[in-house]
Structure formats: structure tokens, C-alpha cells
Design a protein around this ligand. Sequence first.
Ligand SMILES: Cc1ncc(COP(=O)(O)O)c(C=O)c1O
Length: 346
Amino acid sequence: MGERDRAERDWASLGFRYQPTPWRFQAVWRDGAWSPGGLTAEPTITLEEGATALHYGQQCFEGLKAFAGPDGAVRLFRPDRNAARMAASARRILLPEVPEALFLRAVTACVDANREHVPPHGSGAALYVRPLLLGTGDNLGLRPAPTALFRVFCSPVGPYFKAGLAPIRLWVTARDRAAPNGTGAFKVGGNYAGGLLASREAKDLGWDEALYLDPREHRFLDEAGSANVFGVLPPARPGGPERLVTPSSPTILPSVTMDSVLTLAREDLGLEVERRPVPLTEVGDMLELGCTGTAAVITPVAEVGHAGGAFRLPRAPGPVALALHGRLTALQRGEAPDPRGWTVRV
Ligand SMILES: Cc1ncc(COP(=O)(O)O)c(C=O)c1O
């Protein structure tokens, strides 16, 4: 893509859709070792019809973003966290781990090769990076794959929820995303296939997205379909700081963005931070509720509907969501100093 095409491309109205870029990275695991891997222009994958990824869902994936900065540099946000999480997912479903060095080399090579497709600074868009680990090889019975394929591809994207910082409305689904001792804390495809219907039902009822409760008691907040949630509570004592609370639950995906938000809330905004089970009824005490994740960034929630009624949040978007959004995106886009070394230049 030439400079002129870049200048003319409508980056600002990109949705969260797949837009192919010229290059992807691929490595293969066979006989107990990873191939060095390399870039390929081929956008399709050829698999054995017996591949365990196709039959038994033996696959996992990741999602992270690269951002263009005002200085022209391209930065990835905390890719080491995604490498660690993919390794944890692989261990849970008996796929070979992708070593951190291979993961980081693949992600960096893919972003570098597709540099012209990184949306320009100021567009509000980013280059989404999707690492994928598949169980492959001839197989029929339920057993771990004899070989595996690791692929990374990229796509320029806009915000996941169209309206950006405009608030959304969540519907508490009666369905479960994950079982109590199942795979909810891992980024495996099966968790998501099972959630498609809950999302569709929420939308059919006029809400934006489904909100899951804990699968054991259906009493505590878990997470939204592709984002963690956090609430803002009034100070615990007069004159104290407001509190940012997020569910601790064995069935939610440990979000890289939520982890970053907790640090920013505590260290930069001076809030008290609590990670604990959060009963649905406590939403009634909250000043703000938000979703956070790579795709959702910070998305304020205006209302939570459930079978017994609805909670309306008094501040949507509120000052905490706005401040977190400002801090997080400034860091990711290289507009603010990065004292914690979260960004990695490509
Ligand atoms: C189920 C689920 N929860 C939370 C998140 C947010 O995680 P992260 O901040 O690492 O993108 C995602 C998206 O990756 C997700 O799919």
C-alpha cells in the first residue's frame, strides 16, 4: 500500500472485522519440536480431515493489538502476557506450548511485515493480532494431536463496540459460558462457540451483549462474552477514595487489559482496588460499571437487565471510565511515558 492509499483509506470507520493483510507467520510442531517458522502470504490453512482442532476443539488462540504512535513507531501492548496465557491454554488442553521467544518473534514479524496496515496514529483504530494454535495431524479417537500448527495473522480494526465510549446495555444470561472446573480461564475456542447463542439471545431481547454469572451459584458476576467487567463503588469511609472492584472467579479469562486497569486505577488514579466475588445485587450500589479487554478497551455500561428487573448505572460514562480510557489508550499509543515497560516497539 503506497503513502497515498494509506492517506486515503477510511481508517476511522473500520469495524471489528477481518480485513486480510499481506503476511502471516506460521510454525509447525512435529516430533516434539517447533520448526523455526516464517512468514507466508498464503491466507488459507490446509489441515488433515482428522485434525483434533476440527473435531474436538483442541485449539486455543490469543488477541492483542499494535498501535502507531505520534513518533511513527509501532508498539505492541504487553505481548509477553499473551505468550504466557497461550502457554497456559496449551497446557490445559494438552497442546504443545509455544515458547515465549517463538511467540514474540512471530507476533513481531507479522506486525513488521504488515506495517503499512497499522492504522495511523489519531485514527482511533489499531492492528489486531491473532495468534492461533491448532491440534493437527491424522487422528480419529479422542487423544491429543500428534502435530500442531501455530499461526499469527493481523487485521486492522476499529473499536469492538461501535460507539466507542458510548455506553452499552448488558443482559444477564441464564446460560453458562464455562463449567466450575472447566476451561473458562483459558482462551480455547469451545468457550466461545457455546457463547454465540447467549449473545444472540441478548441482542434479540434488545440488549448489546450477554453478561455471565458464576456457573456454580448464578449469584456473582463473571464476565461478558469477550471482556472482563469492573465496577466503581462509593468510598468505604467518608473522605476515602472510590473503589474499583472486579470479580475474582476461576471461570473468567484473566484479562491482560483488566490487569493493567487495576494497576492504573491504584497507582495513577489513587482508587482502592478490590478483586473478589461480586454479587449481581451489588451492581445496585455501583456508580459505574464497565467492560474491559483488548477489543472492548474501556466500554461503559449504562444498564444491566436480568430476569427480575434492571439496574441503571448513575454514571455512564463516568469519570473513572473516562480517566482509565485516557490513561490506557495514551500508554498503548505511545502518547504517554511508559514507566512499567508495558509497550514493545516493533
Ligand atoms: C472471554 C474474554 N474475557 C476477557 C477478555 C479480555 O482479555 P484481554 O484484556 O487479555 O484482551 C477477552 C478477550 O481477549 C475474552 O475473550
